[in-house]
Design a protein around this ligand. Structure first.
Ligand code: HEC
Ligand code: HEC
Ligand code: HEC
Ligand code: HEC
Ligand code: HEC
Ligand code: HEC
Ligand code: HEC
Ligand code: HEC
Ligand code: HEC
Ligand code: HEC
Ligand code: HEC
Ligand code: HEC
Length: 402
């Protein structure tokens, strides 16, 4: 009350700066928003020995002082300042404006010592992961971890999926529920094979360009969950000069879901698993027809829908669209890359033993003026057909009207 009177008086006389001075001298410091319970309850003697508490009369040093009331932090993976008992680097024993009596708010508290992470997070070129901006303890335990030396609160996969739960924040698939899982996700490092938890220069906090990431592992044969040996895709791309459209765009995710999927070979959509189909359904090829016209399979006869035709006989229809033993696209096309026009493959893995059945595809070029065969493609030497030796003796097709 007293200083209020002074305040009013000073106002009346207009000596404003004087008032401020007197207030500071009279008023006690504003208490911290959060008070440590024994301090708030004036149990000073639970930490101080003397009646005139000070910094030098503590009943014991930290951490023992704290462990008189709190469970001791102990374990194989301790955070260095906690294991050294330096509790007061982070906590105030009395009160604080920060939650948990912290001396600073996150991330500044952590940046006191972790300037490398600070550098990473504050580099403007980086895309930063939302929780790492101000909530380091969303993932790290500041005292001790049961998981490992990186002080995580949980193993990587449950840690990340805890927030990116089933179709949670921007994750398009239910990682744990998918029918076809992707190997790396099921290892201890899981998400960390491809993502950085803090920040990187790449979109989606990836460790590298997406396709480069894929090829870091798929640069050798790897064994799939179904036991089959998966091709060395890096080698395939190096040895075959015509790369399929999405691969030219470095976009493996156009067809595969890196987090697993409900479709064979973690594809993003339907594609037949087997070499032959026993009932034809265009929907089984949704993958291809998400980018290509499904009409190439539609009509038995056409002169427009596809160039794989003999006159007006649609050979896509003939090979694929059948009640029994329909040939799937893989019989003739290699979806990643090939050395032939239109991704026709050299050979096709056939039968149970994956016998490499050669196709020996040969294009046919015709001179538009003379109508005679020619060999050097040009404006006047155009492709009019081709032939294969495959499941049959060499059979040819000719696009031109008969
Ligand atoms: C939970 C333990 C604890 C309790 C309870 C506690 N103190 Fe402290 N106090 C400390 C510690 C630890 C320090 C030393 C801080 C440092 O070295 O930074 C300290 C330091 C002090 C100091 C030195 C100046 C300062 O703030 O650093 C004073 C004064 C003080 N305490 C007063 C009190 C009073 C008064 C109470 C009771 C209302 C009290 N303390 C209750 C732990 C406690
Ligand atoms: C005399 C007993 C006692 C001592 C000694 C003590 N604490 Fe506490 N501490 C408490 C109690 C009681 C609470 C409140 C517990 C609760 O809310 O569950 C508490 C709560 C806390 C909290 C949580 C505050 C919050 O906002 O939730 C922190 C952090 C903490 N103590 C740190 C320390 C540190 C660091 C030391 C040693 C310097 C220490 N304590 C020593 C009794 C003590
Ligand atoms: C590197 C900073 C840091 C150090 C060192 C540290 N703490 Fe903490 N402590 C925190 C943070 C941050 C939290 C908030 C907990 C969270 O968000 O997970 C916390 C929470 C707590 C809590 C309340 C929650 C809980 O886990 O029970 C207590 C009690 C506590 N600390 C005690 C201590 C004691 C005792 C020490 C010394 C052995 C210590 N801390 C050392 C940062 C630290
Ligand atoms: C007083 C300095 C200090 C503060 C403050 C501090 N740390 Fe540390 N931290 C260390 C030291 C020292 C190490 C061990 C040295 C090392 O392994 O690089 C360490 C190690 C770590 C590690 C494991 C590093 C590794 O290489 O495995 C993590 C994670 C970590 N701290 C997170 C945090 C977080 C989160 C905060 C804030 C809540 C924090 N630290 C605050 C000093 C500090
Ligand atoms: C989304 C979870 C998450 C958040 C939030 C997070 N981290 Fe990490 N942190 C990790 C994981 C996971 C690792 C282990 C990385 C590895 O093994 O490659 C790690 C590793 C570390 C390391 C040691 C290795 C290194 O990369 O240098 C330090 C230090 C660290 N974090 C500090 C911090 C600090 C400081 C913050 C807040 C600014 C923070 N972390 C926020 C998950 C997180
Ligand atoms: C505490 C919750 C939390 C945890 C734990 C967490 N994240 Fe996140 N993550 C977020 C939030 C929030 C966003 C931002 C979403 C947005 O901006 O739309 C995000 C964004 C992302 C993004 C970018 C998505 C986009 O659309 O830009 C990726 C990738 C990501 N997190 C991966 C991870 C990985 C890997 C881990 C485990 C190391 C992890 N997250 C752990 C909350 C979390
Ligand atoms: C094999 C590499 C790889 C692994 C392992 C991986 N991701 Fe991703 N993640 C990617 C790629 C590549 C993208 C970019 C979007 C895309 O291509 O689908 C991505 C995107 C994301 C996004 C953004 C979603 C979107 O579609 O925009 C989130 C969130 C995410 N990942 C979380 C995780 C979590 C959580 C884990 C671990 C459980 C994980 N990722 C494991 C490669 C991976
Ligand atoms: C850390 C190594 C690693 C990275 C990075 C990686 N993979 Fe894999 N991938 C594997 C392993 C190991 C398997 C075999 C286990 C399995 O079947 O999932 C596999 C399997 C596959 C399969 C076959 C899945 C099946 O079971 O039928 C496809 C397709 C695939 N990966 C595509 C990709 C794509 C696309 C990327 C980039 C987004 C990628 N991989 C990144 C290691 C990796
Ligand atoms: C146009 C769609 C498409 C794109 C783009 C694509 N894939 Fe595939 N991928 C497939 C299809 C379809 C299969 C299944 C082939 C089969 O079984 O006949 C497959 C199979 C695989 C396999 C298993 C190979 C095997 O021997 O069974 C791996 C590994 C793979 N892809 C990795 C990648 C990588 C890495 C990229 C990026 C460089 C990529 N894919 C881009 C469609 C695609
Ligand atoms: C994500 C989109 C996408 C998917 C999915 C896709 N393709 Fe393609 N495909 C393209 C693009 C783009 C081109 C054209 C490339 C160019 O012009 O160089 C192309 C070209 C082709 C060609 C060469 C003929 C032409 O029109 O240039 C064939 C053959 C082909 N794709 C077959 C397939 C098959 C079989 C599938 C399914 C296993 C498939 N594609 C899935 C995007 C896709
Ligand atoms: C029996 C072999 C064979 C099968 C099976 C096959 N294709 Fe083709 N495809 C070809 C040949 C040969 C060409 C090149 C025609 C030309 O231009 O001379 C071609 C061309 C294409 C083209 C380029 C546009 C066009 O129609 O001329 C696309 C796209 C295509 N195929 C997609 C597919 C898809 C999708 C499947 C599976 C549903 C498939 N193919 C199955 C042999 C086949
Ligand atoms: C997986 C086995 C298989 C492959 C690979 C294959 N074919 Fe065929 N093809 C057949 C069968 C079986 C028939 C007979 C279908 C019928 O008569 O109903 C056929 C019929 C044909 C015919 C029609 C002949 C006629 O007039 O009756 C032509 C032309 C043809 N194929 C060309 C090709 C070309 C070109 C390729 C390579 C790009 C190819 N085939 C790859 C199995 C295959």
């Amino acid at each position: 009350m007293k200083h209020c009177t002074v305040f009013a008086l000073v106002l009346v006389f207009g000596f404003l700066w004087n008032c401020d001075y007197s207030r500071a001298a009279v008023e006690p410091l504003k208490p911290g928003k959060f008070q440590h319970m024994p301090y708030a309850e004036k149990e000073c003697d639970s930490c101080h020995r003397s009646d005139q508490p000070g910094a030098k009369d503590l009943v014991s040093d930290t951490p023992d002082l704290c462990y008189n009331c709190h469970d001791a932090y102990d374990g194989e993976f301790m955070h260095s300042p906690s294991s050294l008992g330096e509790c007061l680097i982070c906590h105030n024993a009395h009160e604080s404006d920060q939650r948990f009596l912290l001396n600073e708010k996150e991330p500044d508290l952590c940046y006191l010592c972790h300037d490398q992470i600070e550098g990473l997070m504050t580099d403007k070129r980086n895309s930063t992961h939302a929780p790492a901006v101000d909530n380091c303890t969303a993932c790290h335990n500041p005292h001790v971890s049961e998981v490992g030396s990186t002080l995580l609160k949980e193993q990587v996969k449950p840690l990340c999926t805890g927030c990116h739960a089933k179709e949670g924040i921007d994750l398009p698939v239910d990682i744990n529920g998918v029918a076809y899982k992707h190997g790396p996700l099921e290892t201890d490092s899981s998400c960390l094979h491809c993502h950085d938890p803090h920040a990187t220069i790449f979109e989606n906090h990836l460790l590298a360009e997406p396709m480069d990431l894929c090829l870091q592992c798929h640069n050798q044969e790897v064994v799939a969950y179904d036991g089959s040996a998966l091709a060395d895709i890096d080698k395939l791309l190096q040895e075959n000069k015509f790369h399929h459209g999405p691969i030219k765009e470095k976009n493996c995710s156009g067809c595969h879901s890196p987090h697993g999927s409900d479709y064979y070979r973690i594809l993003v959509s339907d594609y037949p698993k087997k070499f032959y189909t026993d009932t034809f359904n265009a929907d089984d090829y949704k993958l291809c027809f998400s980018c290509h016209e499904s009409t190439l399979l539609k009509d038995r006869e056409t002169t427009t829908l596809t160039n794989f035709r003999d006159g007006d006989r649609n050979l896509h229809y003939l090979h694929v669209n059948r009640e029994k033993k329909g040939r799937t696209c893989r019989a003739c096309h290699e979806v990643h890359a090939s050395n032939h026009f239109n991704h026709i493959r050299d050979e096709v893995p056939f039968g149970k033993i994956n016998w490499p059945l050669p196709l020996k595809y040969q294009p046919v070029y015709t001179d538009t003026k003379s109508g005679e065969p020619c060999s050097d493609p040009s404006d006047t030497c155009v492709k009019t057909g081709g032939s294969c030796v495959a499941c049959h003796a060499r059979k040819a097709y000719d696009n031109r009207a008969k």
